[in-house]
Ligand binder design. Structure first.
Ligand code: EPZ
Length: 430
């Protein structure tokens, strides 16, 4: 398994272009199941997760072509016909978002058999809200031997879906299914993440009728068929926030381009409160910090536009060196503090109790071998390592490769000393 070695204590100076959003790209790729015409996605991130999903989609009948376009990577998806309506456990377990093929398969063919994803490192992550949405739309759902069997032989019908709690995945799944259902669907208590707006925009270009995406109430009028289109994946707000925090941690001045500062406004306000200088620009933002010690601030994760759970681990890394005690409350996932014991190995003082972590800022961190447990946890270790004395080696880098495109290259371009140690092979400077 590859590892990443980081030598800390170097200020970052430079420009980092932000990639297309992983969590948008994978839902947009699923939309290709809804039409026999070609969907071309531009500004595509090249990640392990997009490769996993491409493999599943190919099994279902999607022809996937990856190519370089004038503005970067593109993925071209065409589904002349659905060849299989089965998404097996090996593929769904590798990436939970694969579960979202269920609704589109039923919408297009009237049936599907998709594995339940199972739990994961950050929490139980049930899919009851997804199934509730599909049942409301008229699908008959049966569970057998770890699989969901869904059927709607006479087609799906629009319905009112009121989610008891906010779910990004279930909102997207309902959207991806209702666009081809007969009549009107109203989704209430919908998630408002930018990735949902992006999906709705792409579906609208494909011919869907959707209003209110980005608000708690989304209205969809089903259409008989959708067509192809070209769509640019929205910028990755979690990558944006992660590099903003990396710059704040290491000190220096970094400009993030090809992104939107409003996507990470909740984070930027907390960074400013801690003493980081942030300049919001038309195509991104600049983060500056001189040698001054930051102040501890409190955060609580919430659905968008609140503080993103996917930035909680990285913010905790920043707080390990702040002056005072920071209280971090995680309200979205029940087990999302796996990074705390690893940060402690670098010298951080963190006490976790239930959904709350208290971080008492220390004067300095020291490099050590640490282990990545999930995608965002592993990048929090990279951020801490940028400010730690000496060398930190992060093991199980495959977690990072799922969601951060060319991480070593992007950080090295700003002066960081980051190298990848290939399993059994020589190390490579980023
Ligand atoms: C998406 O997961 C993201 N993943 C996650 O990012 C992100 O952390 C999360 O949204 C919250 O922002 C993708 O987009 C692929 P949810 P999702 O449904 O859709 C509970 C990353 O690192 N719930 O909004 O699975 C659930 O257990 C990943 O990129 C149910 O109870 O999140 C959680 O407690 C990690 N029943 C809460 O809702 C359901 O049927 C919110 O989850 C569905 C969810």
């Amino acid at each position: 398994m590859d590892r990443i070695a980081i030598t800390g204590g170097i200020r970052l100076e430079g420009v980092i272009p932000i990639s297309g959003a992983k969590n948008s790209a994978i839902k947009l790729m699923v939309a290709s199941l809804l039409t026999d015409e070609t969907l071309t996605l531009t500004n595509m991130p090249r990640l392990a997760d997009t490769r996993f999903l491409a493999r599943l989609l190919q099994r279902l009948g999607v022809i996937v072509e990856e190519r370089e376009g004038p503005a970067g990577a593109e993925t071209v998806l065409t589904t002349p016909e659905i060849l299989s309506t089965i998404a097996p456990y090996e593929l769904v377990r590798q990436m939970r978002a694969s579960f979202n093929v269920l609704g589109p398969l039923v919408a297009r063919t009237g049936q599907a058999k998709v594995s339940l994803p199972g739990g994961c490192a950050i929490g139980a992550r049930p899919v009851d809200l997804h199934l509730m949405a599909l049942e409301s739309l008229g699908a008959r759902i049966d569970l057998h031997e770890g699989y969901v069997y869904a059927q709607a032989p006479r087609g799906l019908k629009g319905a009112e879906i009121t989610f008891p709690s906010v779910s990004v995945g279930a909102t997207e799944h309902a959207l991806l299914t209702a666009v081809l259902a007969r009549g009107e669907t109203v989704i209430m208590n919908a998630a408002r993440e930018p990735e949902i707006v992006d999906l709705a925009e792409c579906l609208t270009k494909m011919g869907a009728k959707i209003e209110g995406a980005g608000t708690p109430t989304v209205r969809i009028v089903g259409v008989a068929r959708l067509g192809g289109t070209e769509h640019a994946v929205t910028p990755d707000r979690i990558e944006t926030g992660t590099y903003a925090l990396a710059a704040a941690m290491a000190g220096g001045e970094v400009r993030l381009t090809r992104t939107r500062s409003d996507f990470v406004e909740a984070l930027l306000q907390k960074m400013e409160e801690a003493g980081v200088e942030v300049e919001r620009l038309n195509d991104g933002l600049t983060v500056r910090r001189d040698g001054e010690r930051l102040s501890a601030v409190e955060i609580e994760t919430d659905p968008y536009p609140g503080f993103a759970t996917d930035l909680q681990a990285q913010f905790m890394a920043l707080m390990t060196l702040a002056d005072g005690e920071s209280v971090i409350r995680e309200t979205i996932f029940e087990n999302r503090f796996m990074h705390a014991p690893e940060l402690t190995r670098l010298g951080a003082e963190i006490a976790v109790s239930g959904g709350e972590a208290r971080v008492r800022g220390v004067e300095r961190l020291e490099g050590a071998p640490v282990m990545a447990t999930d995608l965002r946890a592993s990048v929090s270790l990279v951020i801490a390592a940028l400010a730690a004395r000496g060398e930190t080696v992060v093991d199980r880098v495959y977690h990072l490769d799922r969601g951060f495109e060319r991480l070593e290259e992007k950080l090295s371009a700003c002066g960081a000393r980051v190298r990848r140690i290939r399993d059994g092979g020589p190390s490579e400077e980023g």
